[in-house]
Design a protein around this ligand. Structure first.
Ligand SMILES: Cc1cc2nc3c(=O)[nH]c(=O)nc-3n(C[C@H](O)[C@H](O)[C@H](O)COP(=O)(O)O)c2cc1C
Length: 380
C-alpha cells in the first residue's frame, strides 16, 4: 500500500493517525504509519514535554503536529484566560448548571475545578493565529517533526515559508472541494479531505464525494489523504481508488488501550452506534460530530440559549464535561467521535489495529484481483 507520499515523508504505510494522545502517535509511527499529534489543547510548555517524550520513544522516525490556525475567529480568543472566563454570560452558566444539577452531577472539588479550568482556558487561548505560532515555535525545535497540518483554514504565508525553509511538509484540513484550490494557492503540499462522517469539527460533504473533488481540483502536485469514516482495510483500498495517497483516521484510535479516554469513557464509546455520532454545536459553538447525549440534546431545545462563539462555548462545555466524566454518567457523556464509532465494538491496541488494517487491505485487494481475473476470463 506504499504510495509516493510515504517516500516523501519517510513512513512505511500511508496510514495517518490523528490523536491528542502521545502514546497513540508513538505506537502508530513505530508500526510503520505516521502519527500526527493534535497540539492545540496543550500550552507551549506542555507541548514541549509531549514532543520530547515522543522523540524519546519513536525510534528516530518522523511524525507530525496539527494546530488550529483559524482564518476567521472571534477576537475574544485573544483575551487573557481570566477575561475569557468572565465573558461567559450568566444565563449560559445557569443553563449548564441546571442540566448538571437536575441530573445530580456533583461539583468538582475546588482544587480539581481550578486545575481543569486553567487547562481548558489555556488550551482555548491557542486557537488563534498567534497562539498557533507559539505552538509551532515549540514544534519546530523537534527535528523529527516532518509534517505540520493546519486545521480550520489555509496557513498564513509566513508560516508556510518558515515550514518549507526547514524542510517540514505543510498540510491543511479541507471539508469542501472549493477550499482545496485556496490551500494549494497558499502553498499547502498535503490536503486532508475530511468528509462529514468524521469525528470532530466537520462539514456536510461525504468523504466519498469530497475526495475525488479535491483530487481533481489540485491535480498531481498536491497529495490528498482521505479522512472521515475510515476504520477498515477495505476503506483504505476505496480511498486509494478515489485518488487519495493514504488515509487519515481519528475515531479509530479512541477505542485503543493507548488512547486518552479512561475505561468509563471507552465503554461508552464501544457501546455507541453509528447513529449516535451526530453533528452538534454544543461543544465548541461550531459543528462537531460527537456522541449524542442528554447534554448535547439539551442545547438543541427551544429553551436553550444561543450557542456562544468559539472559544467561549468550549470553555463552558468542557468544564461541565469534566464533571460528567468524574461522575461516570454515560447518559450525559458526549465526546467527539465519527460515524465509524458503530464499527468499534471491543477494546484493542494500536498494534492490533495496524495489523488488522493491513490484513483487511490485502483481503480486499485479493477480492478485487479475483473479480478482475473473473472478468478477464469472461472476456476471453
Ligand atoms: C476526538 C477527536 C478530536 C479531534 N480534534 C481535532 C483537532 O484538534 N484538529 C484537527 O485537525 N482534527 C481533529 N479531529 C478530526 C481528525 O483530525 C480527523 O480528521 C477525523 O477524526 C477523521 O475522521 P474519523 O473520525 O472518521 O476517523 C478530531 C477528531 C476526533 C475524533
Amino acid at each position: 500500500m506504499k504510495t509516493p507520499l510515504c517516500h516523501q515523508l519517510g513512513c512505511e504505510l500511508p496510514i495517518f493517525a490523528f490523536s491528542h494522545c502521545r502514546d497513540v502517535i508513538v505506537e502508530v509511527t513505530k508500526a510503520g504509519g505516521f502519527g500526527v499529534l493534535g497540539a492545540s489543547t496543550f500550552s507551549p510548555e506542555q507541548l514541549e514535554l509531549e514532543l520530547k517524550w515522543i522523540d524519546d520513544h519513536v525510534n528516530g522516525k518522523p511524525y507530525g503536529v496539527d494546530v488550529l490556525i483559524p482564518t476567521a475567529y472571534d477576537k475574544s480568543a485573544e483575551q487573557s484566560p481570566d477575561d475569557l472566563a468572565r465573558m461567559i454570560p450568566q444565563t449560559h452558566r445557569d443553563f449548564m448548571e441546571n442540566i448538571l444539577s437536575n441530573a445530580n452531577i456533583p461539583s468538582l472539588p475546588e482544587e480539581d475545578r481550578q486545575r481543569i479550568h486553567k487547562e481548558i482556558v489555556d488550551g482555548r487561548g491557542n486557537m488563534t493565529p498567534d497562539g498557533a505560532r507559539r505552538l509551532l515555535q515549540v514544534a519546530l525545535t523537534h527535528s523529527q517533526v516532518k509534517l505540520v497540518v493546519s486545521a480550520l483554514g489555509s496557513p498564513p504565508p509566513d508560516v508556510v515559508a518558515d515550514l518549507k525553509a526547514r524542510g517540514v511538509m505543510v498540510g491543511a484540513m479541507c471539508g469542501k472541494g472549493e477550499h482545496a484550490k485556496r490551500h494549494q494557492a497558499a502553498g499547502v503540499e498535503l490536503i486532508v479531505a475530511q468528509g462529514t462522517e468524521a469525528g470532530g469539527h466537520t462539514g456536510d460533504v461525504a468523504t466519498m464525494v469530497l475526495v475525488p473533488q479535491v483530487v481533481q481540483a489540485v491535480g498531481s502536485g498536491v497529495a490528498v489523504l482521505a479522512a472521515g469514516g475510515i476504520a477498515k482495510g477495505s476503506q483504505i483500498v476505496a480511498s486509494l481508488a478515489l485518488g487519495a495517497q493514504g488515509v487519515w483516521c481519528g475515531t479509530l484510535w479512541l477505542a485503543t488501550r493507548e488512547s486518552e479516554l479512561d475505561p468509563f469513557e471507552r465503554s461508552v464509546l464501544l457501546a455507541a452506534k453509528t447513529e449516535d455520532a451526530v453533528r452538534r454545536k454544543a461543544r465548541t459553538g461550531k459543528h462537531v460530530r460527537m456522541l449524542k447525549s442528554e447534554m448535547s440534546e439539551a442545547w438543541e431545545k427551544d429553551d436553550a440559549p444561543d450557542y456562544l462563539p468559539t472559544p467561549l462555548q468550549g470553555i463552558l462545555y468542557n468544564e461541565a464535561h469534566a464533571r460528567v466524566v468524574k461522575a461516570k454518567r454515560k447518559e450525559l457523556y458526549s465526546f467527539p467521535a465519527g460515524q465509524v464509532v458503530g464499527m468499534l465494538n471491543e477494546e484493542t491496541t494500536v498494534k492490533q489495529v495496524m495489523v488488522q488494517l493491513q490484513e483487511e487491505y490485502l483481503e480486499t485487494m485479493d477480492r478485487l484481483h479475483q473479480l478482475s481475473a473473473m472478468n478477464g476470463e469472461d472476456e476471453s
